[in-house]
Write a protein that binds this ligand. Structure first.
Ligand code: ATP
Ligand code: MG
Length: 571
């Protein structure tokens, strides 16, 4: 294609709104434009990348035995009421009403719709297993849409749903998808890791997330030195510490700690360590107030707390509630004498002696507080974030931590949806059974964005060849008749060879073209100038390394094809 005929509005300056490099470069390279918060238009170059990612996904889904279908974006509330998710999904669900005041939503995911289809048309074990997928626009009214395509409110997702006769079959389907995801993200040129994950709003028994490793990732993952364990920190198990303190207990004292609220402030004031302090966080649930205790150097894991309490939503108590319960402003809550509150604690609190806790009074803490003597706990559980240095829960040495971008997620759903919606089939004995399900998502735009996070430099994007908008960016460096003629001929022969070529045929200075080509990031650039032509050569430049080869134009297409063939299938 020719630049002069395409909408590629590159920007010289960094757009102010972009916080991460992929968002910035997608805007600057003219891939996307924002229409509303979290809602983007894909311009021609952006759409080409999206289509490439989709093609890889399709090929691998088909290869794994899944079949493509397409469900509607709008779905009636009745289906969502059957599973309880009409209420449960909360504000993230885009809700609309038709002219008859009937409720619909714009699908954030499609378990309900697919389960409805399957229950209507699948009757016999002979029709199972089945795995259906679609690539479609999803809607989620995210609290904080940001980072461009990474967290949109409208975004393209591949979602697949498997239906099996039994648990064993479901495990097999899950494994096939897991393997397909490994191939997909490898083919997209990504460095990633599959980690154990929480099942969140979708529900189900077990799941893995596919994390692209990147500093800008919103997720923290931990993994052990020996490669036996990797998990999202939301989910990662933290082992209880070995042993208990053997210190003799000292008498409880109440001490003034003027203005010291945070762990750092209290520890500095009392000249102690965070390990000798117990933090008390007050949460308000629909039915009660819950105090969660963790050691001063640990962080509460709200996902674990929610799971323990059977809640989907968890909010810290507001200042008013805190004042009513503790008689103090936020920052001085503690378990001693705390009334009308259920107190739960992380395992690491069990073995401590002589700790510092909040005094339930402004500017006051207790020191040398001791469990059972001074306060009691109704339940101990794993309630904290695992962190680097912790022992691996699978015995594989110590944990390390890194950041990741979740590009894909596979879930074992069990019979959660088939039960709620009555998706049954007859087994060989004529017995009715519930289909055992799995579901599998990939964020298409997020995958493209993640690729940029991993592949860029100061000048712009460096696309992995497999998902590059074009394989070759052809630059004619002057408007002379010779250059134009040679460029046209080379453009035609490159295309004939099966390569995808963007030809910068604009009447622009060479410098402008170089900058745009580096920004847009095709894996190879071909430079045609008067000087080279006079010596019978053109230049082939690799975007990643900047390495330049001079070749006669006649040899270039085959040479480029050979180089690219190592990375992609070029027909
Ligand atoms: P997150 O924790 O990032 O919100 P999720 O767990 O809600 O993701 P899933 O429901 O598992 O996501 O959706 C499947 C895939 O869809 C995710 O792995 C991700 O790649 C993509 N995805 C989810 N939400 C968004 C979004 N708001 N914008 C772009 N892609 C998204
Ligand atoms: Mg989400």
């Amino acid at each position: 294609m020719r630049t002069s005929q395409l909408l590629i509005p590159t920007l010289r300056e960094d757009p102010g709104e972009a916080e991460v490099v992929s968002h910035r470069l997608m805007l600057r390279a003219g891939l996307i434009r924002k229409v509303a918060a979290g809602v983007y238009a894909y311009l021609p170059l952006g759409l080409r990348v999206i289509r490439k990612v989709e093609r890889i996904i399709r090929e691998e889904m088909d290869r794994a035995g899944a079949q493509e279908l397409l469900m509607p974006i709008a779905s009636p509330a009745e289906l969502w009421r059957e599973t309880g998710r009409w209420d449960f999904y909360g504000k993230e669900l885009f809700r609309i009403k038709d002219r008859h005041e009937r409720d619909f939503c714009l699908g954030p995911t499609h378990e309900e719709v697919i389960t409805d289809l399957i229950r209507r048309d699948v009757r016999s074990y002979r029709q199972l297993p089945l795995n259906c997928y679609q690539i479609q626009t999803k809607f989620r009214d995210e609290v904080r849409p940001r980072f461009g395509l990474m967290r949109g409110r409208e975004f393209i997702m591949k979602d697949a749903y498997s239906f099996d006769r039994d648990e064993e079959g479901a495990k097999l389907s899950y494994q096939k998808m897991y393997d397909a995801y490994q191939r997909i993200f490898t083919r997209c040129g990504l460095t990633f890791r599959a980690v154990e994950a929480d099942t969140g709003l979708i529900g189900g028994s077990s799941s893995h997330e596919f994390m692209v490793l990147a500093e800008t990732g919103e997720e923290t993952i931990v993994y052990d030195e020996e490669g036996t364990y990797a998990a999202n920190v939301e989910r990662a198990e933290a082992l209880p510490p070995a042993g208990t303190s053997t210190e003799t207990t000292r008498p409880l004292r109440k001490v003034p700690t003027p203005g010291a609220r945070t762990v750092e402030e209290v520890v500095a004031f009392l000249k102690t360590t965070p390990q000798r302090l117990v933090k008390t966080l007050l949460y308000k649930t629909p039915s009660e107030t819950v105090a969660v205790l963790v050691r001063g150097d640990h962080e509460v894991n709200e996902t674990k707390v929610k799971k323990l309490l059977g809640l989907t939503d968890l909010n810290l108590a507001d200042a008013e509630t805190v004042a009513a319960l503790t008689g103090a402003p936020i920052g001085f809550a503690g378990p001693i004498g705390l009334r009308h509150t259920r107190i739960i604690a992380d395992h690491a609190v069990t073995g401590l002696r002589n700790v510092v806790v909040g005094g339930n009074q402004a500017d006051t803490h207790y020191v040398d507080a001791n469990l059972d003597r001074d306060f009691s706990i109704s339940q101990f559980a794993d309630l904290r974030n695992a962190r680097a240095g912790d022992p691996s829960p699978r015995g594989g040495g110590r944990l390390r931590a890194t950041r990741g971008i979740e590009v894909g997620h596979v879930f074992m759903l069990g019979t959660k949806y088939s039960q709620a919606m009555g998706a049954k089939f007859l087994d060989p004995q004529g017995q009715e059974r519930l289909a055992v399900m799995g579901c599998y998502g990939i964020g298409v735009g997020r995958t493209a964005a993640a690729a940029i996070e991993q592949h860029h430099d100061a000048k712009g994007i460096i696309w992995p060849a497999q998902i590059a908008p074009f394989h070759i960016h052809l630059l004619s460096l002057s408007q002379s008749a010779e250059v134009s003629k040679a460029a046209r001929a080379l453009y035609d022969s490159l295309i004939e060879t099966g390569l995808e070529v963007l030809w910068d045929d604009r009447d622009e200075r060479a410098g402008v073209k170089f900058n745009d080509a580096d920004l847009i990031g095709a894996p190879y650039q071909v430079l045609i100038g008067d000087k080279g032509l006079a010596q019978g050569t053109v230049e082939l430049k690799e975007r990643k390394t900047g390495e330049v080869k001079r070749l006669p134009p006649g040899q270039l297409p085959q040479h480029a094809k050979t180089l690219l063939r190592q990375e992609i299938r070029v027909t």
